[in-house]
Structure formats: C-alpha cells, structure tokens
Design a protein around this ligand. Sequence first.
Ligand code: DX5
Ligand code: ZN
Length: 229
Amino acid sequence: MLKSRILQKMAHKLIAPSMLAADFGNLQRDVEMVNNSDADWFHIDVMDGHFVPNISYGFPVIAAMKKHATKPLDVHLMIEKPERYIEEFAKVGADIITVHHESTVHLHRTLRQIKDAGCKAGIVLNLTTPVSVLEDILPECYMILLKSINPGFGGQKFEDITYNRVKKLRAMIDEQGLDTRIEIDGGVTDKNIKQLVDAGADVFVAGSHVFKSDNQTDTIKRLREIANG
Ligand code: DX5
Ligand code: ZN
C-alpha cells in the first residue's frame, strides 16, 4: 500500500488541455500551441447528443488534430454504447480511450476491446456514481477519470464533492497495490489543482481555464508547476 502511494506521489502530474475549448476556426494553431507548451496530452471530448445533451466532434476532426499533434490523444467518450466505435477511434489516432461506466453494459468487455485495439483503457464516473463500483475492474484500468462537473459542457463550476471522491478512489487503488492514474475533468484551475494533487489525483484536464486565458502557454506552465510543486 505504502509503496504504491510513494510511487504515485513521485509520478509526474500531467496536464491535458481540453480541445473542446479550442478555437475550431484555428484548430491547427491551437494544436501547435499545445505541442509547444508544457502540456502532456490532448484531451478530446466526443459527445453524441444522447449520453450528454451536447454534440461535439467525430472522426474527421480527431484525425485532423492527430495529423498535427505531437503528444498523446486522451479521448473521452461521452457516447451511448461506445463499444460500437472503439476500433474507429483507435484508427484515427486515440492513444487513451475512456468510457463512461454509465454508458456501456459490458464494461469489462469494452475495456478489453480498447486494449485489443492498441489503446490504453480507462473508465469515467459521473459526479455521483460511487467509486466503489470500480473495485473489481480497477486492475483492468490504466486510468480512472472522475468528472468534477456534469458532463457535456466546458466552463462549468468545479464541484467540491470531488475531493473526497479522489481520496476514496486513491485509497482503493493503494489497497490493491495498483498504480492506476486518476484524471480530474471539469472546472480545474490554478485554485483547486493543488488540493486535488494532495487528495491523490495525477492527471488534470483544463479547458476554459487554459483557452480563455490571456497567455495559454503560461497558464499550462503554471498548472504544471503547481501540480508538481
Ligand atoms: C465536458 C468535458 C470536459 C470539459 C472540460 O464535460 O468532458 O473535458 O471540456 O472543460 P473545463 O475545463 O472548461 O471545465
Ligand atoms: Zn472530458
């Protein structure tokens, strides 16, 4: 238990700008900004208008981003029955694919499908889906994404219940001696990232906090410095 906690504390904390907040009229410019910044991944939000009340973008846009991206694509599927499209997302360049626990009946099979397609596999939990549902499936997961807002839109306010959820999940991971990453997605800023690190999280999605700032590269650099401070 202690060993995995020490390893987790040592592991680098990662920043994944959410491209949902990018300027889609200048997508190549924004992809190149992330390439040249201290960011670690591209967070790619796919929405189908069914699982969440919003529609974002699909395969052609992801393929276009992949063409210019020099860092991994962390693809967050907010779609019903994601098992229908895993191979296609892998083909257009996903490196990590996370699916909502609430969106697929045979979760274990879907995770195996993601790994068979050559991607790292993760599970997403909505704000109040108990972390206890993950107990038996944790060993299959590279990462768990905890939503800190209700899914579907960027720019929402961070929900404070997230802190305790992170602590509970990190304790479960330590209990099993795993090094599963915990990603936080929604309303992350320089004001809450340190408390999230202390709670046990190690990957941070930031959309509006980055793309709505005056200096996006500096904002990313600052987030990474605070997280790894
Ligand atoms: C919406 C997406 C999030 C969102 C984060 O639920 O899953 O990734 O784009 O954007 P911010 O950081 O603005 O909340
Ligand atoms: Zn997301």
